[in-house]
Design a binder for this molecule. Sequence first.
Ligand SMILES: [Zn+2]
Length: 340
Amino acid sequence: MKRNSNVRQSVAVSVILLVLLFALPLAVIVPFRSELFSTESPVQESEGEPFTPGELDGKTVLKVLNGDAVEEMTLGEYLVGVVRAEMPASFEPEALKAQAVAARTYTLYKIQSGGNHGETADICTDSTCCQAYIAEDAARNNWGKDADAYEEKIESAVRDTDGMTILYGGIPILAVFHSSSAGQTRASGSVWLNDLPYLQSVTSPEAGDAIPNYYSRAEFTAAEFREKFLAAHPEANLSGEIGGWLKNAVMDSAGSVETLSVGGITVKGTELRTILGLRSACFEWEVQNGNLVFFVTGYGHGVGMSQYGANQMAKDGADYQEILTHYYSGVTVEAYSQPG
Ligand SMILES: [Zn+2]
C-alpha cells in the first residue's frame, strides 16, 4: 500500500474515533461488498411492499447488523430506514432529499474507510455506533395517521436522488450533520482534531423560535459539577469559589466554546458538553444561588449540514443540491456508483 493512502487512512481513522468519542450517531462500516442486485422480478410499489430502490442504490447490497441479526438489504432500502430515523418526516421534500444524500454519502465514506463490525456486517442500526435506522412498521406506529404520506415522502427522497453522492476530489465525503446551529455551523477543526476542507463554518438560517428546545438550560450544584468533571479530570482543582472554576473561554467564529479552563485544566468546549450532557458546545454560564447554570443554543456538534437549517433553506426555495453545496464547502453532488 502506498504511504499516501496510509496517511489518508490514519487521518480517516482519527476522524472516526473522534466522531465516536463525541457520541455522534455515526458509523464505521466494514470491508465493502458490492453485488448486483437482481431486478429480474420488479415488485409493484404499494403500501406494505418493500421499497424498490433506484438503479444505482439497488446495485449495492449491505449486511446490516440489527440487534443480533444480520439482514441483507440494498443501499436504497437501508437509506429509507436511516432517513425515517434521522430527520422528522414533516420536513420539506428537498430537506429530506438532502438528508438522503448525506446519509448515502456517509455510508459510502464509511464503507471505503474500513469498519466497526469486521466480517459480521457493513453497518449497524445503533445510532451511537453507526447511523440510526427505523424499520417501516415501527415508523408507521410512530407516525399514526400520517404514516402513508410520510413513508411516501421518504421513499421519494431516496428514489429521486438515486446514487447522488457528495464528492470532494471525486471521493465521498464524511457527510456529518447535526440538528440545529446558532446561526453558523462549526469548522471540523474547532470540534475534532482534523480540519477537513469541506467541513468549514458557514451561515445557517434556522429560526430558533420555531425549533423545540433550541434554547436550553442546564443547572448543576457544586457537588454535581465536581463529581462529573473530576471523573474525567481528577487532577482539576475545584476547591475554591465556584465562580472561579470556569474561565478563559475561547470562542470560535460560530459562537461556540472552542476551549476553556476548568479548575486549571484546559478542555475543549465539546468535551465539557459531553461531560455535562449539554445539547451543544454553544453555551454561556453563570452562577445562580451557588449553582452553575449553562445556557445552551442549538443541538448537536454543529459540524456539516444543520437539519433545521436545511429545512429553512428548502422553505425558502432551495433544492437539495443547493442545500448540500451550501453546508459542505467546495463539493460536487453527482451520481456515484461504489467501485466494487
Ligand atoms: Zn455500528
